[in-house]
Design a protein around this ligand. Structure first.
Ligand SMILES: [Cu+2]
Ligand SMILES: [Zn+2]
Length: 175
């Protein structure tokens, strides 16, 4: 009888601790709805946690033709028209900007090449970020983060932001 009671207690503890296990693993996906300075819908970015990093799936429309810097910025706030509210690049490692200067910021990603139609579907893997809120490089940290697309291209070198010009598209990364 005693043995049975302690077994029941062990099962009860296991069940009680389940919700915390689930909440740690909850953020396996996230999403950013993108808008331009006028508030127009510019498409979205879906984020998926994988064992190799975070997979970003972009489905964009209305992007001006040409090359554009594509970054994750450190604050989850998109206030038009300039989107300065999104802060600098997401940089938990306190690095210099640009993949040609070193490892770069966690929020540094390759330039987007928009065709004349302005529609762009592509996928990018970023292994410097995570959706795990317990990690210092989580894009779901308190205060949030935002996807930013710039008017010009990133030169992958110049601090602090690759000399990429103004911010033309913004979207807060949300669960
Ligand atoms: Cu940027
Ligand atoms: Zn950067």
């Amino acid at each position: 009888m005693l043995r049975c009671a302690s077994l029941l207690a062990a099962i009860a503890i296991a069940i009680l601790s389940l919700p915390s296990i689930i909440s740690v693993e909850a953020a396996e996906t996230a999403k950013a709805m993108l808008k331009d300075a006028k508030g127009e819908d510019m498409g979205s970015v879906s984020l998926k946690q994988t064992s190799a990093g975070v997979l970003l799936q972009l489905s964009l429309k209305g992007v001006p033709a040409g090359e554009h810097a594509f970054h994750i910025h450190a604050v989850g706030k998109c206030e038009p028209p300039g989107f300065e509210s999104a802060g600098g690049h997401f940089n938990p490692g306190n690095a210099h900007h640009g993949i040609l200067s070193g490892p770069g910021h966690a929020g540094d990603m390759p330039n987007l090449h928009a065709p004349a139609s302005g529609a762009l579907d592509l996928e990018v893997l970023n292994n410097a970020i995570t959706l795990d809120k317990d990690k210092p490089n989580s894009v779901l940290h308190p205060g949030g983060t935002a996807i930013i697309i710039h008017a010009g291209k990133d030169d992958y070198m110049s601090d602090p932001a690759g000399n990429a010009g103004g911010r033309i598209i913004c979207g807060v990364i949300d669960e």
